[in-house]
Ligand binder design. Structure first.
Ligand code: THU
Length: 136
């Protein structure tokens, strides 16, 4: 169970992470904050490339940073995204690829917090976002 206080903290961290988004091509900035079993929070931002297909989504930036630090259990993630010049007032659900990457280290009931800068959020579980997850 993730407390309401922790959810709000993750949203604040994701808003801060979004400020480091490098998104000159799409103009769409995403920030994430990933809580892991150690209690540490890892930030992620989308990092684009002139070769567009090499872009890394914000969720995968956080996931790979956490895994590189040795984390193997993801407990919750907050995601905040919107056009870079705007405040994030709408939710930004993760893309299909990021759902699959999160499922590598996150349980079916892991909360995915879709935050905004308006003080509201929606919550899903990973399995709601990715039913029938592929696993080996
Ligand atoms: N993006 C993310 O960071 N996360 C997602 O789940 C969907 C898309 C980024 C990739 C690209 O830099 C921009 O949003 C527009 O697609």
């Amino acid at each position: 169970m993730i407390s309401e206080e922790m959810k709000q903290k993750l949203i604040r961290e994701a808003i801060l992470a979004r400020k480091n988004s490098y998104s000159p091509y799409s103009g769409f900035a995403v920030g994430t904050a990933l809580l892991c079993e150690s209690g540490k929070i890892y930030r992620g931002a989308n990092i684009e490339n002139a070769s567009y297909g090499l872009t890394n989504c914000a969720e995968r930036s956080a996931a790979f940073t956490a895994a590189t630090a040795g984390e193997r259990v993801f407990k919750a993630i907050a995601i905040v995204g919107a056009p870079a010049k705007e405040k994030a007032t709408e939710i930004c659900p993760p893309c299909g690829s990021c759902r699959q990457v999160l499922a590598e280290f996150g349980a079916a009931d892991m909360p995915v917090i879709l935050g905004t800068e308006s003080g509201t959020y929606e919550e899903r579980t990973l399995s709601e976002l990715l039913p029938d997850t592929f696993k080996l």
